[in-house]
Write a protein that binds this ligand. Structure first.
Ligand code: FAD
Length: 413
């Protein structure tokens, strides 16, 4: 690194809880910060959770305070629908090219919803992991930050697009927006690009693709959310009926050399949370948790003990070998109980695959990565949150605070 950094600005890439925390900590220490997020809103995967452990709060309770801190801090500039397309230079003196995707809605939007009323077509809702559809002009979700609509590119150049534009009294719909780019001069980069769920279609033995009542843990979060596809009711996707018997399969693809060789650390706890969602909604329902061994790290042991005390939750030490299709199309979980040696074939109304956390699809440019694609911090380039490996929210915030401190030191030294 040169003796004196050329730029004192810190760039944070990724606006999940990790990136938000890093941006705030660096800005509150006096650094200028640019925060860029590829999605239309901040919040990352946490915004799509129903509630989060250990306190089982709604994600809004943690995120909203941070949004207020961002709004009040003039040192943070936020760009959504933006990604890094190029980076060159060295610690203290990076030139970064940022590319933006059109939203077709300007900051004049007040989220009144007139554009959505004028829209006639629907598109898959990425916030609900495509389990539902939204109008082609939509608010990304009810707690979106920024609270601004987006027009889907599929209606640009169509009569529907014109109707959407005409419906906006504030003239905030701009269908002429094009992809754009700009350059930044920054002294340090924090990669907080988080994670994506492991693709359940790769787990062919669990038949996610052809059994409607086999879902993943992230989909379970949306089913249980009040603003999710079923308005918070955990229902069987095949028939919208309440499940009476639910299986949660741990390590679905994790700790498996054919898929993700590592443990994602939070899936056991997430499944205990899912057991609680089911048991709260349906006190008569039975939940079976299939596990290799339970990993409830640090202080979250208490969360595990609470789940253990629930007589409606059965713990089956086994990694199921496959899921078969029952006579009525229901999933039948098959395998061997490693304690009792019993060979089982248990039918369920709903099966939830606890798939793990994989590094973001797009590797952070210019960052060193470990064998699994997670960021390894080095001089001038730091990882934060799950971009560095599987972490829960509190650990992500801790790692982001550490990254912010290192970035602030890098741009000041
Ligand atoms: C099923 C499940 C349930 C969970 N429940 C809990 C819980 O109850 N409690 C808990 O503590 N933890 C829970 N977690 C873990 C929690 O989701 C993570 O700790 C948290 O998401 C980490 O935040 P992050 O900011 O590091 O990553 P993310 O939330 O993934 O955010 C990363 C952000 O970066 C953006 N991004 C990615 N690539 C780019 C790019 N190239 N350019 C710009 N932006 C980019 C993404 O769009 C995203 O907004 C759960 C995880 C799972 C799988």
């Amino acid at each position: 690194m040169s003796d004196k950094p050329k730029s004192q600005t810190v760039l944070v890439v990724g606006g999940g809880i990790g990136g938000i925390s890093a941006a705030l900590e660096a800005a509150e220490c006096g650094s200028e910060v640019v925060l860029i997020e590829k999605a239309p809103t901040l919040g990352g995967r946490v915004a799509a959770l129903n509630r989060y452990f250990p306190k089982m709060c709604h994600p809004t309770c943690g995120l909203e305070i941070n949004y207020q801190r961002i709004k009040k801090n003039p040192r943070i500039k936020v760009f959504t629908m933006a990604e890094v397309s190029g980076i060159s230079g060295a610690a203290g003196d990076y030139t970064v090219t940022v590319t933006t995707t059109p939203r077709f809605v300007t900051p004049a939007c007040t989220a009144c919803g007139d554009c959505a009323s004028a829209a006639t077509s629907e598109v898959a809702d990425p916030f609900n992991y495509n389990l539902s559809k939204v109008k082609a002009a939509y608010l990304p979700h009810t707690m979106a930050f920024p609270m601004r609509y987006i027009v889907d590119a599929s209606v640009v150049g169509t009569p529907e697009g014109q109707a959407i534009k005409a419906a906006c009294k504030l003239n905030a719909v701009n269908l002429d927006e094009k992809p754009d780019s700009f350059t930044l001069s920054v002294g340090a980069v924090i990669w907080a690009t988080g994670w994506r769920p492991y693709d359940p279609n790769k787990l062919t033995m669990y038949r996610y693709a052809d059994l409607a009542d086999v879902i993943t843990n992230v989909e379970m979060e949306r089913l249980a959310s009040h603003d999710g596809p079923t308005k918070g009711k955990v229902l069987r996707p095949s028939n919208n009926e309440a499940p009476k018997k639910v299986a949660l399969i741990q390590c679905a693809g994790s700790r498996d050399l054919n898929h993700l060789a590592y443990c994602s650390r939070i899936c056991c706890l997430a499944s205990m949370k899912h057991a609680a969602y089911v048991r709260e909604q349906y006190p008569e329902a039975e939940v079976d948790i299939y596990y290799i061994d339970i990993r409830a790290h640090d202080k979250l042991e208490a969360f595990y003990r609470k789940a253990k005390a629930d007589p409606g939750i059965r713990w089956i030490k086994s990694k199921p070998s496959r899921i078969e299709k029952g006579a009525a199309g229901e999933p039948v979980v098959c395998g061997e109980n490693t304690l009792s040696r019993e060979v089982y074939a248990n039918a369920y109304d709903l099966v939830v695959l606890a798939t793990g956390m994989q590094a973001s699809a797009q590797p952070p440019a210019g960052a060193e990565l470990d064998e699994y694609g997670f960021v390894v911090s080095e001089e001038g380039v730091f990882g934060a949150g799950v971009a560095t490996g599987p972490l829960d929210v509190s650990m992500s915030v801790q790692s982001a605070t550490a990254a912010a401190l290192r970035a602030v030191q890098a741009v000041r030294s």
